[in-house]
Design a protein around this ligand. Structure first.
Ligand SMILES: NC(=O)c1ccc[n+]([C@@H]2O[C@H](COP(=O)([O-])OP(=O)(O)OC[C@H]3O[C@@H](n4cnc5c(N)ncnc54)[C@H](OP(=O)(O)O)[C@@H]3O)[C@@H](O)[C@H]2O)c1
Length: 309
């Protein structure tokens, strides 16, 4: 038996219950991992509230770092004691120990702090596919990042800035604007005080931006389309404020816009793809320079334990 957080009904944080669950032995192609740090992501909220559907009951969570405690029969390439990380499928990381398909994990270099790796994997890989695959950011581009001080947003600001782009970001407060600026956002827009479409128009002298990275969804989607330059890319990768309204194909025609709705899992469908996308974190030094990614909160997994927030 291990301790895990279980969701038996949809709702707020109160529906997460602390229970004993049975843990099986790993089967062929699987490993058992004792989690040392678990990443918390917005997607966990979507499943808990029912925005994304999963059969009840379920153990939430899609990101963790841990130590391999058992390997399935005949498995090679992984051994007991390996430190590994995963982000994405399967759901169920809010647990002390879990069974994982061996091909979803990547090795964590010994120099990397487990909390850092668990907080970076999902957000870092997402940022990677957004700036390198969905739209290839290059020097001279102007990009708009919504929720610029958020988990993925702060990485997008840093990465796009490092690639030579001009970065515009929306945030809700002065404090978050300062954070975004520190992360390389050249023009933070406090959307609670100014209309972001007007501000982008001013900043770009009416030209618009080459790409919008929109994770906010319902509240921003239409405005984001207005911010795009001719042949601009609308990358809608989340819906923190709700699912955007349906968009008519004809809405893209006036500026010949591109629209994509990417999901990280579809860019890591094979183990080679996964290693490449995770490896991108090393290439841009995210794995090795913990200063670039601030962990704002940590929570104890053990109920009643001390919190180091
Ligand atoms: N497609 C993929 O594969 C993929 C992978 C990972 C994450 N995502 C998505 O990326 C987004 C960011 O994830 P994250 O974990 O890094 O979260 P996050 O950005 O740290 O948190 C969400 C932020 O969105 C902003 N926001 C604006 N309107 C909001 C509203 N009505 N409710 C809540 N937040 C609102 C808030 O920033 P302000 O206070 O500045 O407004 C908030 O801090 C999420 O939508 C997530 O689902 C997608």
């Amino acid at each position: 038996m291990v301790k895990a957080i279980i969701v038996r009904e949809l709702g707020g944080p109160e529906v997460m219950k602390w229970e004993d669950v049975e843990l099986e032995e790993p089967k062929e192609g699987e490993i058992r991992v004792k989690n040392t740090a678990i990443g918390v992501n917005f997607i966990d909220v979507y499943f808990r509230k029912g925005v994304y559907k999963a059969p009840l009951p379920f153990i939430p969570g899609r990101e963790a770092v841990g130590v391999v405690t058992a390997v399935g029969p005949g498995l090679t390439g992984r051994k007991i004691g390996d430190v590994v990380a995963y982000a994405g499928n399967p759901m169920g990381s809010y647990t002390e120990e879990q069974i994982l398909p061996a091909n979803v994990v990547v090795p964590v270099p010994p120099s990397i702090d487990h909390k850092f790796a668990a907080s970076l994997m999902m957000k870092g890989m997402t940022a990677h596919i957004l700036v390198r695959r969905c739209f290839k950011v290059e020097r001279g581009h102007t990009v708009l990042v919504h929720a610029a001080a958020g988990g993925v947003g702060s990485l997008l600001c840093q990465w796009a800035n490092a690639l030579g782009a001009t970065v515009i970001g929306t945030v809700s407060s002065k404090e978050k604007a300062a954070q975004a600026t520190e992360d390389g956002c050249h023009y933070p827009i406090i959307y609670t005080k100014e209309d972001f479409v007007e501000s982008v128009n001013k900043i770009t002298s009416g030209k618009g931006v080459n790409v919008v990275y929109d994770s906010v969804g319902k509240d921003t989607f239409k405005g984001s389309l207005q911010c795009l330059a001719t042949r601009g890319y609308m990358v809608s990768f989340g819906q923190s404020s709700g699912v955007p309204d349906p968009v008519a194909l004809s809405d893209l025609a006036p500026k010949s816009l591109f629209l994509t709705r990417p999901t990280l899992m579809h860019y890591t469908t094979t183990h080679d793809e996964l290693l490449e996308v995770a490896g991108g974190l090393c290439k841009c030094c995210l794995w090795s320079a913990s200063a670039v990614f601030a962990i704002n909160h940590t929570y104890p997994f053990v109920r009643g334990g001390p919190c180091s927030c």
